[in-house]
Design a protein around this ligand. Structure first.
Ligand SMILES: [Fe+2]
Length: 158
């Protein structure tokens, strides 16, 4: 089935992110980076399919969203820092238009603002972040994730 999705662009970003994670010296931080980042990217694809939004950009935003945290071990201000990192990574690939880079930048920039509502791709990334936390540990939903998780359960008829 031809979906029209350019998997080469997703693959290129996935390889860059994998390469960056490989360099993380702390084994447990590296392992949780793979689990969380790859899980969020998968959840982004699922949500983009469900909401009829751009699947490639959703996947790319998922792969890059916490890159600042996992490459430095510091999570403070990681959304803003990661958005800047994502912008330069995507520009360097030469595979994305300015408009596409802006869309991914915005999603990463706002992804810590879970209480606010932004654009469709911004919301996909926030919800995918929550979805991965809740699927990883189905016995525990944190207070900060609760409202979005309830919305996701309703959206998926759970
Ligand atoms: Fe995250």
């Amino acid at each position: 089935m031809d979906t029209g999705i350019r998997t080469d662009r997703i693959e290129a970003v996935r390889e860059i992110v994998s390469g960056m994670l490989e360099q993380v010296p702390d084994v447990s931080l590296r392992a949780s980076g793979y689990v969380h980042i790859f899980g969020v990217a998968d959840a982004c694809v699922l949500l983009a399919m469900k909401r009829d939004e751009d699947i490639e950009l959703a996947a790319v935003a998922g792969y890059l969203h916490d890159i600042a945290t996992y490459t430095t071990g510091i999570s403070a201000d990681h959304a803003r820092r990661g958005a800047g990192m994502a912008r330069s990574i995507l520009s360097r690939t030469g595979l994305f238009s300015e408009e596409e880079i802006k869309t991914v930048f915005s999603a990463i920039f706002y992804h810590s603002n879970k209480k606010e509502i932004h654009g469709p791709l911004d919301e996909i990334l926030k919800d995918a972040d929550v979805m991965q936390h809740c699927l990883f540990d189905p016995g525990y939903v944190s207070k900060k994730d609760r409202e979005r998780f309830e919305g996701l359960c309703e959206e998926f008829g759970l």
